[in-house]
Design a protein around this ligand. Sequence first.
Ligand code: AHM
Ligand code: MG
Length: 323
Amino acid sequence: MADSSNGKTLSDYVAGSFKGSELDGLDAVISAIAEGSAHVHSQVQAAALADALGTTGETNVQGEIVQRLDKSSSDTFVDVLNGCGRVAVIGCEEIEDPVIAGDSNLHEYIVLMDPLDGSSNIDVAVSIGSIFGIWRRNLGEEVNNDSLLKPGSEQIAAAYVVYGSSTVLVIATHSNVQGFTLDPETGNFVMTHPNLKIPDQCPYYSTNEGNFGNLDDNTRQAIMNLRNSLSLRYVGSLVADFHRNLLKGGIFLYPADKGRPNGRLRLMYEANPLGFVAEQAGGSASTGSERILDILPKELHQRTALIIGNADFVGDAVNTIGG
Ligand code: AHM
Ligand code: MG
């Protein structure tokens, strides 16, 4: 449950948690993400007033239309992450190739990110978010375009931000998930959701029911099982759906379908980071046949099916999909 009495800021938390440990330097990476998130929060809040909604007229590497806020949030996070002096290489949904820092051989961290998740909701004042997976690299290894092709199980931290009715930043390290809310007056993130664990109860399922007709028989059965006992909640922004299910209990499914045999969501900067958060909070994440974090990635922008949330319900769905 949220405990707003704590009052600890994100700066207090990172300063006391990583310095001098094997995660030394992670404080700078997390602080950069927080700084960028506060900036993107302001961009999102003011977008309509600043005439910053709508598209750039470009399509990204996924073949999707780039929103202006997609581009500005990508630029913001690339700047702060490069500026923190700890990140060797960044992989980003909006950028085709990895961004390698000039002095990358000195930097220990790799960050993969979806800088603004929930593109279809950007222009309509519905919750959107940012997602980050963080890996540590071996300083002895050369940094190149393949340096970030590591399995999700090797993440040392993950984070996401929801720009919703409030702006919340959730950070996961091993067995440790902490939530912070942005105080827009001060620009500080304050700990409001300490020690998050996904609840045992599972009142919600989240899926795009419009895709039902394109699913195979077993996946349809898995969805029908959920329909019979749970309430449907689907925002259409992965971060927002995941966050609700983490706090209230639930399961999210974006399975493979006839038109998308590899699923719709991206492995490296959507499924892996949220899979890491889910597992640290006592939940789980699967493709329907394999643990998300065990996938050996082949390319930066690869897609995956994703079933994530309450471990028991994910397990039941996977069993039904597997037949
Ligand atoms: P995006 O990263 O371009 O925003 O796309 C990912 C989004 C997820 O946030 C969400 O879960 C999914 O796409 C919604 O897809 P659909 O509109 O097919 O239901
Ligand atoms: Mg996304």
